[in-house]
Design a protein around this ligand. Sequence first.
Ligand SMILES: CCCCCCCCCCCCCCCC(=O)SCCNC(=O)CCNC(=O)[C@H](O)C(C)(C)COP(=O)(O)OP(=O)(O)OC[C@H]1O[C@@H](n2cnc3c(N)ncnc32)[C@H](O)[C@@H]1OP(=O)(O)O
Length: 140
Amino acid sequence: MGYDYCFVCGDKNPHGLHIKFQQDGDSVWAEFHCEERHIGWPNVQHGGITSSILDEASAYVPLNMGLVTVTAELNISFKSPIRVGETVRVEAHPTKTTKRLLLVEASLVSDKGEVKATSKAKMLVLSKEKQEQMGIEAAQ
Ligand SMILES: CCCCCCCCCCCCCCCC(=O)SCCNC(=O)CCNC(=O)[C@H](O)C(C)(C)COP(=O)(O)OP(=O)(O)OC[C@H]1O[C@@H](n2cnc3c(N)ncnc32)[C@H](O)[C@@H]1OP(=O)(O)O
C-alpha cells in the first residue's frame, strides 16, 4: 500500500479526503468542501478532519522542499465551526527551518474570509535510515 492511500491526499483511498495540494513558493494551499460524512456534531465538521487537513498541509511544506518529515507536535486553535456545505482553503508555510526541524504555520479560512482554525506544527526531518525503518522509501 503506497502513498495513493494517504487518508488526506491519496487517490486510491475510498475513505479518504482526496485533497490536492498546490505549491506557491515555500507555501502550499488547497481547498476542501465539507460534506455530511465529515461531521461530528450535527452540521459541524469533525475536529479530527480539521486537524488532518492542517497536519497534511504542514507535511507538504517540507515535502515540496525535498524533505520527508513526520509531525512531532501539532497545536491547533479551533476558532469557528466549519459547516456542511462550506468550502475552506488551507494554507501552510514555514516559519523556521533547521537541519532537523521545520516550524510550519497553517490556517483554514472560509470562502467568506472567516478564519476557522490555525495551527503550529513541528515537523521532524527523517534521515534516510529512519525513512527505511518506517518503510517510507520501500513504498516509493
Ligand atoms: C517520499 C515522498 C513521497 C511523497 C508522496 C506524497 C505522499 C504524501 C503523504 C504525506 C503524509 C503526511 C502525513 C502527515 C504527517 C504526519 O501525520 S506523520 C504521522 C504522525 N507523526 C508520527 O507518527 C511521529 C511519531 N514520532 C516519531 O516517530 C518520533 O518521536 C520522531 C518525531 C521521529 C522523533 O524520533 P527520534 O528521532 O527517535 O527522537 P529523538 O532521538 O528523541 O530526537 C531526535 C531529535 O529530534 C528532536 N525532537 C524530537 N521530538 C521533538 C519535538 N517534539 N520537538 C522538538 N524537537 C524534537 C530531539 O530533541 C532530537 O534533537 P537532537 O538531539 O538530535 O538535536
